[in-house]
Design a protein around this ligand. Structure first.
Ligand code: COA
Length: 260
């Protein structure tokens, strides 16, 4: 697949998708959002992909936001469509992907950039990371799920303060808030994400897909998460991976999962 704005590298079960607009601090323009959708779709479809790592090019930014130059003259209708399409095509799409996605936050994650990181299943940050939702300083609000996912991750009060002040928090604060799971030196960021990814890769990918569905159900209105968990739990018993996992345990050997 040929992309203009992203790099796509698949290696040993780990696919790394890098947003590659370094001179615009990897800001998300329309084409990048579309390419990211296609890249995630491709990676997820490829059963050899066990984990996806999402990061930004360079040592300054993960993503410094939606590309302000593209929407500065939008009217109400165009803005509503922008948010709705973006949420559906990329942010909700990533959140509900069956393959786990780790955001490797390598610098600024602002506005749509933090929203993108929050749509991933979890986040690891470099110690130079700065995270925030500065939209109200532009006279707008987060439109790619930020008002919903930030309170889920950090709690309502902290989310309100971050969004209302339009301020940035550093990596240490993000760790304290639970917005990122780990912080590390910039040069160690991808190696650490790969280490976590390879740990995940050793487990049953079909069970992990069920985990994503069940955990996400907790955050979906009108869905009984306990019911989803029961359903997914039951479904696991019909998989080869369950048979292999339990047999391997009883035979005191390491399981060799096929992901089916
Ligand atoms: N949309 C479009 N372009 C952006 C951008 C965005 N969200 N963020 C950065 N850029 C561009 C800048 O316009 C600049 O382009 P230019 O060199 O052609 O002028 C380039 O990226 C480098 O950014 P610059 O502002 O010069 O870097 P800096 O180190 O001085 O500041 C930031 C870094 C992140 C503080 C600053 O770029 C910024 O505030 N960006 C916008 C953040 C934001 O409000 N995001 C939410 C959008 S809804």
């Amino acid at each position: 697949m040929k992309f203009n704005n992203i790099l796509f590298k698949a290696n040993n079960g780990i696919t790394t998708i890098t947003i590659n607009r370094e001179n615009k601090l990897n800001a998300l323009n329309k084409e990048t959002i579309e390419e990211l959708h296609d890249a995630f779709y491709e990676a997820d479809k490829d059963k050899s992909t066990k984990v996806i790592i999402l990061t930004g090019s360079g040592d300054k930014a993960f993503v410094a936001g939606a590309d302000i130059s593209e929407f500065a003259d939008f009217d109400i209708e165009e803005a509503t469509v922008l948010a709705a399409k973006g949420q559906e095509m990329l942010f909700n799409f990533i959140e509900n992907l069956s393959t786990p996605v780790i955001a490797a936050v390598n610098g600024f994650a602002l506005g749509g950039g933090l929203e993108l990181a929050m749509a991933c299943h979890f986040r690891v940050a470099s110690d130079n990371a700065k995270l925030g939702l500065p939209e109200v300083s532009l006279g707008v609000i987060p439109g790619y799920g930020g008002t919903q996912r930030l309170p889920q991750l950090v709690g309502k009060g902290r989310a309100m303060e971050m969004i209302m002040t339009a301020g940035m928090i550093n990596a240490n604060q993000a760790l304290t808030y639970g917005l990122v799971n780990h912080i590390t030196a910039l040069e160690e960021l991808i190696p650490l994400c790969e280490k976590i990814a390879s740990k995940i890769s050793q487990n049953s990918s079909v069970a992990i897909s069920s985990v994503i569905k069940a955990v996400n159900a907790n955050f979906t209105d009108g869905i009984n998460g306990y019911g989803v968990e029961i359903n997914e739990f039951g479904k696991c018993f019909g998989t080869d991976d369950f048979k292999e996992g339990t047999t391997a345990f009883l035979q005191k050997r390491k399981a060799d999962f096929t992901g089916s």
